[in-house]
Design a protein around this ligand. Structure first.
Ligand code: MG
Ligand code: ZN
Length: 224
């Protein structure tokens, strides 16, 4: 009898639940994003700045698995419905955690749902959450060798934000070297160099996001 690693069974069950979650998102007509990054890579900054820019005409909700109470308070203070996932110290979100959080949000009242994953560039890549796009944020201070060290994360990404571009010169960050590493793993990946601090590059990300929100707003779209 062939040996079946337990991890395969776990991931299979996760994928089945992720497919059910996707049906909920699609029938609600919202765009769902899974935001992944290292701790300090700028997930919360990107979320706050995105909310700031879009909140007047886009109904946004946030599911947070990266539990820093201060971050969550800031988001809630902007009038954004927030659902907190208690990961119990887990290093990633899985479909079961997200599925359990769904009843706490009125999905039909949202255009955009942002899921902030646990700060970690390794295992979150292995667990589908049923979202439309897996968005990875890398940042300049982490170094230009990140794609070479964490290939699974960059291979599975649908969109890549490179944050803190204002520190590029200061850190001696080689954008070409970074992009080459990404391109080998994930050719043609949608890529936005940004700076949350200066706002540089942020409009391109927002334009992409507005287009994606529109595409999923009728509840007719399926997997990209
Ligand atoms: Mg955060
Ligand atoms: Zn993990």
């Amino acid at each position: 009898m062939p040996e079946i690693p337990i991890v395969e069974n776990i991931l299979d069950a996760n994928d089945q639940l992720a497919a059910r979650i996707r049906i909920e998102f699609d029938s609600a007509g919202l765009l769902a994003l899974n935001l992944m990054a290292s701790p300090g890579g700028g997930k919360t900054s990107v979320i706050l700045k995105t909310i700031e820019a879009l909140k007047d005409d886009v109904r946004i909700g946030v599911i947070d698995g990266d539990v820093v109470p201060l971050d969550l308070e800031k988001i809630a203070e902007m009038g954004i419905p927030v659902s907190l996932i208690n990961t119990g110290g887990n290093c990633h979100l899985d479909a079961n955690m997200v599925y359990s959080a769904l009843p706490s949000l009125d999905l039909n009242a949202l255009d955009l749902l942002i899921i902030e994953n646990v700060g970690n560039l390794i295992c979150p890549a292995a667990f589908s959450l049923g979202v439309h796009y897996d968005v990875v944020i890398a940042s300049v201070p982490e170094g230009d060798d990140k794609p070479y060290k964490y290939p699974a994360m960059f291979k599975g990404a649908d969109v890549l934000l490179l944050n803190k571009m204002d520190l590029e010169d200061y850190m001696g960050f080689r954008v070409d070297y970074f992009r080459h590493g990404v391109e080998v793993l994930n050719p043609g990946l949608t890529f936005f160099p940004i700076s949350c601090r200066t706002g540089d590059g942020f409009d391109a990300w927002l334009d992409w996001l507005r287009t994606a929100i529109k595409a999923y707003s009728n509840g007719q779209e399926t997997t990209p």
